[in-house]
Ligand binder design. Structure first.
Ligand code: PEP
Ligand code: MG
Length: 326
């Protein structure tokens, strides 16, 4: 069983009817990057930069960050690397030199892009490091916790200014670096048609999207069963977001844990997902699931999935339409 899975390292992530699905890796260490490369990941779909900031004294310098990001780009040898800007706050506890005030409700607090835009010094240093790394291979920038147009406008402008400055200083910076948004705040998901002109791609963070949509703390064990993507509201919203992205020609991925849970692969394929990003440890299982399904058949059964009225109905769909060939 393990050996069979191991053999899939060199196989394409292709459905039975011949459609290639892109499987990216989530990464936060050198080991993850090496593993992602060895498993034939399409690239890094989510590089979590928080670990550079946590559990240390002071802040990482531009040089330290640049080396870290450049090494991810070099490690992926030409495959696209998606670097997410600092997402500290809530479940990503702050042990850093950011000296953040404590908040009564951190999950609804100054986190993600909200923090970045208030700490321009920290954000600018990080963007300088990321943009310098863009001279070494294909790279995209992903903003966490986006909820409003203003945040995207401010971030775009800062990326432009930092790029211009670096070029004046003589650094090689790639042209037109794609800038994307995590879709993990329900407002951004619902209002996506009003935001999408400001992003080059999106990545759906189901961990937080489920938490906020269902009002169920992702870290509370007592709510574990309630923090489930198999709620009709989550399925409808995923469908809506993916349809909007498709209609506007924007690449869309799911990078929450859901994407690495092979039993959910047929469901995400049915909803139209073509890019998954997951912990490298789950990539081969998801590849096996992709290879066991006929995409056209799954897409045809999407209306039945969208009609399910409760989790039991969605599970019944998974047990029948989603059963596939394995
Ligand atoms: C998510 O929220 O789904 C996500 C991928 O980001 P993180 O788990 O780092 O919050
Ligand atoms: Mg998140």
């Amino acid at each position: 069983e393990r050996r069979q899975l191991h053999r899939l390292r060199r196989e394409p992530s292709r459905t039975l009817d011949g459609v290639d699905i892109r499987l990216y890796a989530n990464a936060e260490s050198r080991g993850d990057v090496a593993e992602a490369h060895a498993l034939g990941a399409a690239g890094v779909g989510l590089y979590r930069t928080e670990f550079l900031f946590l559990q240390r004294d002071g802040l990482p310098s531009e040089e330290e960050q640049f080396v870290a990001y450049r090494d991810v780009v070099l490690g992926m040898t030409g495959r696209t690397v998606t670097i997410r800007t600092l997402d500290i706050g809530a479940d990503k506890a702050d042990g850093s030199g950011l000296a953040l005030p404590s908040e009564p409700n951190p999950a609804l607090g100054v986190r993600g892009v909200r923090l970045a835009l208030r700490r321009r010094d920290v954000f600018t240093t990080q963007l300088r490091a990321i943009l310098r790394a863009s001279g070494y291979g294909p790279l995209r920038i992903l903003l966490p916790m986006v909820a409003r147009r203003e945040e995207l406008l401010a971030a775009r402008r800062l990326v432009r200014e930092v790029g211009a400055r670096l070029r004046r200083e003589g650094h090689a910076v790639a042209e037109n670096i794609p800038l994307g948004a995590m879709i993990e705040v329900p407002a951004a998901a619902l209002a996506l048609p009003a935001l999408i002109d400001l992003v080059d791609f999106i990545s759906i963070g189901t961990n937080d999207l489920v938490q906020y949509l269902l009002a169920a703390d992702r870290g509370n064990d007592a709510l574990h069963a309630l923090h489930s993507p198999l709620h009709p509201a989550v399925i409808q919203l995923l469908h809506q977001v993916l349809s909007t992205a498709r209609a506007h020609g924007r690449p869309a991925a799911v990078c929450g844990e859901m994407a690495g849970d092979a039993p959910f692969t047929p469901l995400l394929l049915a909803l139209g997902l073509e890019e998954f990003s997951m912990h490298p440890g789950t990539l081969l299982e998801v590849r096996r699931a992709v290879r066991a399904h006929d995409l056209a058949a799954l897409r045809r059964s999407a209306p039945a999935l969208l009609r399910a009225r409760d989790q039991a109905g969605i599970e019944r769909w998974l047990a029948t339409a989603g059963a596939g060939d394995n």
